[in-house]
Design a protein around this ligand. Sequence first.
Ligand SMILES: [Zn+2]
Ligand SMILES: [Zn+2]
Length: 259
Amino acid sequence: MNRTVRRIFDVAADTVWPPVCHGCGRGCKLDVDELCNQCTASVSSAMQIEFCPGCGRSVAPYELTADGCGECRETGRLFTQVFRIAAYQDGFADLFRRFKYGGYENLELFFARTLARQILKSEHYEHIDALIPVPTCWQHRLRRHGQGVGRGFHPAEGIAKLVSKHTSIPCAPLLDRIRGGKSQVGLSGAARLVNVRGKFALAKGCQVAGGRVCIVDDIMTTGATVRECARVLRRGGVENVYVAVVARAGEDASVLNVV
Ligand SMILES: [Zn+2]
Ligand SMILES: [Zn+2]
């Protein structure tokens, strides 16, 4: 396509599909995986908060040592490394809820690119063999706007596939959801651990012994779901478990009732 034709095509496309920010819907000219200044500011401020690389929890700077946060020192580090975009709070929590429940699914482009950058710049990048999305049973797949059950929205899978494109780490569905049951939303931390127990299994025929894998999910709240996934993978012989999530929430009651 020559330059003039390309320009006419771009103008026509902008008229039919006016460019908008995928985070808030405001009209603005951006690349598909960029957000407007206001949305970018919400993300940047939530990214400033220090977190423990062993469990992903937000921590005060003095709480961290080479062995992680106080909880990791006490109970043992949960994961080799947690990658997270930001803490689930303030403007970033609003953005996340819009993504998950408000029809702003294109935010996955921005989330995946940001998460991929964190993995690429990490010393662990070369050591990760596969990205494994947390599997969701079909009843829990969220409806896309205007579409019925069965054409659901699976944020973890969508993000894992896009992160795979950016990092060239293969996305491998090595875990299966073997039973449904209650959603984790509305449950306390202890109840979440019980509720998720036994929901996952290694996919039939896959060999993971000695592997170094990264579990991908959209949000880590109490950590019960990724811990259960990690338990199954370690039982299969996985050596190192990494975790990559868009948001890491605390465990206060208001959060437990939302995500
Ligand atoms: Zn915006
Ligand atoms: Zn920790």
